[in-house]
Ligand binder design. Structure first.
Ligand code: PLP
Length: 426
């Protein structure tokens, strides 16, 4: 199809994330992708390929078109691409569940495989609410979180996203009414830890769970915070009988420098969500893990089952690729690679501090953020990055990157140059 025909059809018929209909933007058409590069169907701003500074929203940690992941997909495709999971099971899903139990904190023993991060958060919320109903505490049905979070676009996840000025403000009047405390400060402050303890204690009678993104708040503002707050939450939840949910959908599988972000605090949650990089960004899959206490509690209830069962639950193709992606990650010295990228991002982004309008520069693991003191002109900032041969997706006052772990030093330097150019243009 010619590029202009494709774009006309795209504008007329295809809804893009957070986009209007008919479409107004001119999305770039990607013809193929390999390693860390996206090949464009037609050159844009003089570039026919772009280094992906976004890992397709945190997911493509091994880059694109990886021979190991291709082989896993191909091998499984020849056996069975999908089969319903009700009443049937298969090796790829069982192997994946066992592998997830092995690599996540010890108390997490049971795995619900779903098809997107948002659904895995829905499932996490359902697990927690149902647990308390099942053990005879039906008043404990609310969730507490900190402001500035993002947990997805379906109903329960939207209710725990930032309620003020966040992406789901439109729905604030009709979503389940959850409880919020201020977003955590970057460094440990005892006064904030105390605020967390008090909030959990005060609301314990109505709280099913506390849900947070550990260490990095992603799409809600790209903020980092001290891991110690997770320990504070664990202690407060234990003391007051509240479940603790970690949403590791963005941070999981090495992004922050530890396999899971909460590993930095040495704290295990009762329920944990993973997604995005679970399949190395190849296929849509997420998982919700829980402890035996949560699963046993649900099993003791009047309705002793978790009433959730997506059509594509445990998809064999996605499960096979997820197993291959985890094995690939753990077979390498991935910590050294993430540290190397962290060093490159620090070196390359630090100079942005002196640019006019730059409020903050922060780097953690393979994540780099430049925050401006104003909302970005998204089109101008994106075009500036593309001119540098890099794909970035700035939003609000943030220009950020989370490159694949296989991004070489020269490409990390180019990504940083593009972030600086975007900051100057936006
Ligand atoms: N939770 C976190 C922390 C996320 O970053 C995201 C996506 O950006 C989600 C949940 C939702 O995942 P999905 O987009 O796969 O539904």
């Amino acid at each position: 199809m010619r590029n202009d025909e494709l774009l006309a059809l795209d504008r007329a018929h295809v809804w893009h994330p957070y986009g209007p209909m008919p479409g107004r933007a001119e999305p770039l058409v990607v013809a193929s992708a390999s390693g860390v590069r996206l090949r464009l169907a037609e050159p844009a701003h003089g570039q026919d390929e772009l280094i992906d500074g976004m890992s397709s929203w945190w997911s493509a940690i091994h880059g694109y078109n990886h021979p190991v992941l291709n082989e896993a997909a191909r091998g499984q495709l020849d056996r069975m691409s999908h089969v319903m999971f009700g009443g049937l099971t298969h090796e790829p899903a069982v192997r994946l569940a066992a592998r997830l139990v092995e690599i996540t904190p010890g108390p997490l023993q049971h795995v619900f495989l779903s098809d997107s991060g948002s659904v895995s958060v829905e499932v996490a919320a359902k697990m927690c609410l149902q647990y308390w109903r099942s053990v005879g505490r039906p008043a404990k049905q609310r969730l507490l979180t900190w402001r500035g979070g993002y947990h997805g676009d379906t109903w329960q996840p939207m209710s725990v996203c930032d309620p003020e000025g966040g992406m789901h403000e439109l729905w604030s009047g009709v979503l389940p009414r959850q409880l919020f405390v201020d977003a955590p400060p970057a460094a440990y402050e005892e006064s904030y830890a105390q605020l967390l303890r008090e909030a959990v204690a005060r609301h314990a009678d109505e709280l099913a769970a506390v849900i947070v993104e550990p260490v990095v708040q992603g799409a809600g503002g790209m903020r980092f915070h001290a891991p110690e707050y997770l320990r504070v939450l664990r202690e407060a939840c234990d003391e007051h009988g509240v479940l603790l949910v970690f949403d590791e959908i963005a941070t999981g599988f090495g992004r922050t420098g530890t396999l899971f972000a909460a590993d930095a605090a040495g704290v295990a949650p009762d329920v944990m969500c993973v997604g995005k990089a679970l399949t190395g960004g190849y296929l849509s899959m997420a998982a919700t893990l829980c402890t035996s206490e949560v699963a046993d509690g649900i099993s003791r209830g009047e309705v002793p089952v978790l009433a959730h069962g997506p059509t594509f639950m445990g998809n064999p193709l996605a499960s096979s690729v997820a197993c291959a992606s985890i094995d690939l990650l753990l077979s390498q010295d991935w910590q050294t690679e993430v540290k190397r990228i962290e060093g490159g991002l620090r070196e390359g982004l630090e100079p942005a501090r002196t640019l006019p309008g730059v409020r903050d520069v922060r780097v953690l693991g393979a994540i780099g953020v430049v925050q401006l003191d104003h909302d970005i002109d998204m089109a101008a900032a994106t075009a500036a990055a593309v001119r540098e041969g890099v794909w970035l997706r700035p939003f609000r006052d943030l220009i950020y990157t989370m490159p694949p772990f296989v991004t070489g030093d020269a490409d990390v330097a180019r990504i940083c140059a593009a972030v600086r150019a975007a900051a100057a243009a936006g």
